[in-house]
Design a protein around this ligand. Structure first.
Ligand code: SF4
Length: 418
């Protein structure tokens, strides 16, 4: 499938290495699940509070950031998670927990909110081997998503997002998940689809410096035969078979391919389970620019209250953004037919498609240009999706096409270390 999306007509999010909404903190490597798409080695090791503080100090020195994604491993495994949330909040930054939710309890959530937590992103999909949820479809997993969303809503005042890794065999269910998110826009603020990737060891040899290394030994070296090339354009076309007016508005391109959509963002306007439309690029530009003018930072997560004031936000952007105008007119027509809609809040909900690392034919890596999910390794900012490489080999690896795969091209031999 191909897509008519043209990156030049969308808003290129202005994020970069030094000025970026997000910092990615990993206080633990331990996890209580073993998701198929995970890119972190599961090791029973927690960072001490001094080590966590050292990572936060690196972020504070190197990056202008708005929020901290507290990830791992699963951060709920860390015995001092409320204290970590307090450290982030004390810096004047938003604390977001990225978790599979398995160890979440209402008591812990209340404690985390009291510590200053701003929101949660739950990773839920059908390839996690969850006790009690094995062999479920993605649609069936919506029951678990609803349980988490209702728990967060019952505590109140917290942002609630979901991550789902998309595999070849679950790709067809993406439109169902977008539908489910729309029906729950009052309590689900963001839905993220992460397209599955693994190392392409059949196509490339990998080198760390001059040494050939076995990337297949890493957690993302899994060679189960399955698609590793699902791309964001394809997902957009699939969603449009169900929701024809689905319209992404903003993106991050790739470091090697400016036409690739590495982060592709759409934002719906909805109320009472109805979607009225999708905001356009100008709305996103206004939002990011205004927030940066006001706070000096690019916006990461918006508070639920801000996402529920759709009418006033939309009125402000009416003249600038055709997507907002279309959504507002659709809402006005619906309200004329059913005036009770006027009593219900409008909500903004983000749908995000992340297309992680792609290798170009010549071995160049196409990373997210302006990667938000940079974490700390030995005092430096590094891609969290590839952290296992410097840990295992002392450096990020370089891919060189195998000579046979490259048709005997001299390019592959030239690219090899002596
Ligand atoms: S480069 Fe890797 S860590 Fe950064 S945003 Fe892309 S997938 Fe995530």
């Amino acid at each position: 499938m191909t897509s008519t999306l043209d990156h030049r007509t969308l808003y290129r999010l202005p994020w970069n290495l030094a000025d970026n909404p997000i910092a990615w903190l990993e206080p633990t490597q331990a996890c209580n699940l073993a998701c198929e798409g995970c890119y972190r080695q599961n090791v029973k090791h927690h960072k001490s509070m001094d080590e966590v503080q050292a990572d936060l100090d690196v972020f504070a020195r190197l990056r202008n950031f708005d929020g901290v994604s507290i990830a791992g491993g699963d951060p709920l495994m860390h015995p001092e998670l409320p204290a970590i949330v307090r450290r982030v909040t004390a810096m004047g930054r938003k604390a977001i927990i990225n978790t599979n939710g398995l160890a979440m309890t209402r008591e812990l959530l209340v404690e985390l909110k009291a510590a200053g937590l701003m929101g949660l992103t739950f990773h839920v999909d059908s390839h996690q081997g969850r006790p009690g949820w094995r062999d479920k479809t993605e649609v069936e997993m919506n029951d678990l998503r609803s349980t988490f969303a209702e728990l967060v809503a019952s505590v109140g005042g917290l942002s609630c997002a979901f991550n789902s890794t998309v595999y070849g065999e679950t790709l067809h269910e993406v439109p169902d998940l977008v539908d489910w998110a729309g029906r729950n826009a009052g309590i689900v603020h963001t839905m993220v689809f992460i397209l599955y990737r693994s190392a392409a060891v059949e196509k490339f040899d990998y080198f760390a410096g001059r040494n050939q290394v076995d990337v297949g030994s890493l957690v993302y070296g899994d060679q189960k035969p399955q698609r590793t090339d699902i791309n964001a354009r394809e997902v957009v076309e699939l969603i449009r078979t169900r929701i024809p007016d689905f319209a992404p508005c903003a993106y991050l391109n790739g470091t090697a391919d400016p036409e690739s959509f590495k982060w592709l963002l759409a934002m719906r306007v909805a109320s009472a389970g109805n979607t009225y439309g999708w905001v356009g690029p100008k709305f996103m530009e206004l939002t990011q620019a205004a927030y940066h003018l006001w706070s000096g930072r690019y916006m990461s997560y918006a508070a639920p209250a801000a996402l529920s004031v759709g009418r006033s936000v939309l009125a402000g952007a009416w003249t600038m953004d055709p997507g907002v105008r279309r959504a507002s007119l659709a809402y006005a027509r619906a309200a004329a037919r059913s005036p009770s809609l006027l009593l219900q809040k409008q909500h903004m909900q983000s749908i995000l498609i992340i297309q992680p690392i792609d290798m170009m034919d010549d071995g160049a890596d196409n990373m997210c240009d302006g990667c938000p999910d940079m974490t700390v390794h030995e005092g430096k900012l590094v891609w969290s999706c590839r952290l296992e490489e410097p840990r295992a080999f002392g450096a990020f690896v370089r891919a060189v096409p195998k000579c046979a795969a490259a048709g005997g091209s001299p390019r592959c031999a030239d690219a090899r270390p002596d």
